[in-house]
Design a protein around this ligand. Structure first.
Ligand code: TYM
Length: 355
């Protein structure tokens, strides 16, 4: 019987060991990177790297295949996402950058977590419900188990902090639940209780066509999003055509509450400029969208164009990208493998090879 059932609070009084601060985060290479990925995640990955914390960043190709991926496109998208990371400022010498499938410890710990996580927990995941929709009998088993692999991604490095956009909050709560249940069941203080880092003006960038929907790489309308591969002209046109209401910008952030499209554009401006939404409102109170949209388009082009052109330069040498991912995978594996070995010891798996 697991320890959690025989003595639910047997860990009471034990203090959490001090884990080395380590950041882990991932992005699915299931399509091109969007402005949502950039502002909600990538830009903040770079900030964390520059703060000098150990950072491990992963292109989660095993997560991507929970829905069908064309193999050639998946390879291309993985390289393109890696190029996007580097172009946005991730330095492969300072951060570990790799694709998930090259470090098999993720999948191995993912299986163990499938045996820790409860069906009820997984069934409550809103992202699964949204993705599966009415088709839940016909989606892959991997899609259902997705958050358990995500917990393994983080915990196989004993990472303590995870920068993500707002939409990943529930998955990170589940990662905390899995870590707690594992620790509790085996009577150990082995996995840290990870801290989500969801901060900044753009933790949830919305569609340019509908301010109530998240900007997403899977939205059928390309007009709904800005892709990191869009050229300056396309970015400008998409912003100028973005849906808005007819009112000028208000003089308080609170007054944006029931104006989702206006609020979204203000938040995007703030995140790109490195300001707060209140500072943007202070500068543009009373402005019509005829003034604000061109200013936002110019700012977006100024910030994103250098990334886009660096990405296309890097994509000319796919061999070099693969080399960087391979080297990152070696470094990631060197951290993950000994942690997984300890998990095997804790869970009672015999490890006798090479003895
Ligand atoms: P994914 O690939 O959907 O998104 C990658 C990151 O981008 C953020 N994001 C957004 N942020 C703000 N506004 C948006 N419109 C927007 N769209 C996406 C996401 O919140 C995320 O931070 N399950 C994860 C990938 C993953 C992962 C992990 C993340 C796998 N393992 C371990 C952290 C730790 C996902 O599907 O992200």
């Amino acid at each position: 019987m697991p320890a959690s059932q025989s003595s639910p609070d047997h860990l009471a009084g034990q203090t959490q060991p001090v884990f080395k601060p380590r950041i882990f985060s991932g992005i699915q290479p299931s399509g091109g990177l969007t402005l949502g990925n950039y502002l909600g995640a990538l830009k903040r990955f770079v900030e964390k790297q520059d703060e000098g914390i150990e950072t491990v960043y992963c292109l989660v190709d095993l997560h991507a295949i929970t829905v069908w991926q064309d193999p050639a496109k998946l390879r291309q998208q993985t390289r393109e996402a890696a190029a996007g990371f580097i172009a946005a400022g991730i330095d492969p010498a300072r951060s570990i950058l790799f694709n998930q499938s090259q470090v098999s410890a993720h999948a191995e710990l993912g299986w163990i977590f499938n045996c820790v996580a409860r069906m009820g927990w997984m069934s409550r995941m809103t992202q699964f419900k949204d993705k599966a929709g009415k088709n839940s009998e016909n989606v892959s088993l991997g899609l259902f188990a997705y958050p358990s692999l995500m917990a393994a991604d983080i915990l196989v490095y004993q990472a303590t902090m995870v920068p993500v956009g707002e939409d990943q909050k529930q998955h990170l709560e589940l990662a905390r639940d899995i870590a707690m249940k594992f620790n509790n069941d085996f009577g150990v203080n082995f996995f840290p209780i990870v801290e989500p880092i969801i901060e900044g003006a753009a933790t949830r960038v919305m569609s340019l066509r509908d301010g109530t929907m998240k900007m997403s790489k899977s939205d059928p309308s390309d007009q709904s999003r800005i892709n990191l591969t869009d050229d300056a002209d396309t970015i400008s046109k998409k912003i100028r055509k973005a849906k808005t209401d007819a009112e000028p910008l208000p003089d308080t952030v609170e007054a944006l509450r029931d104006r989702p499209e206006a609020r979204n554009l203000v938040n995007i401006y703030a995140a790109l400029a490195g300001h707060t939404p209140a500072q943007v409102i202070a500068d543009y109170a009373g402005a019509q969208f005829g003034t604000f949209k061109p200013a936002l388009a110019d700012l977006a082009v100024a910030k994103l164009s250098p990334i886009t052109s660096e990405m296309s330069r890097l994509m000319k040498d796919p061999g070099e990208i693969d080399r960087i991912l391979g080297e990152g995978a070696d470094r990631a594996d060197a951290i993950a493998r000994p942690i997984l070995d300890q998990v095997h010891d804790i869970t009672g798996m015999i490890r006798s090879r090479g003895r």
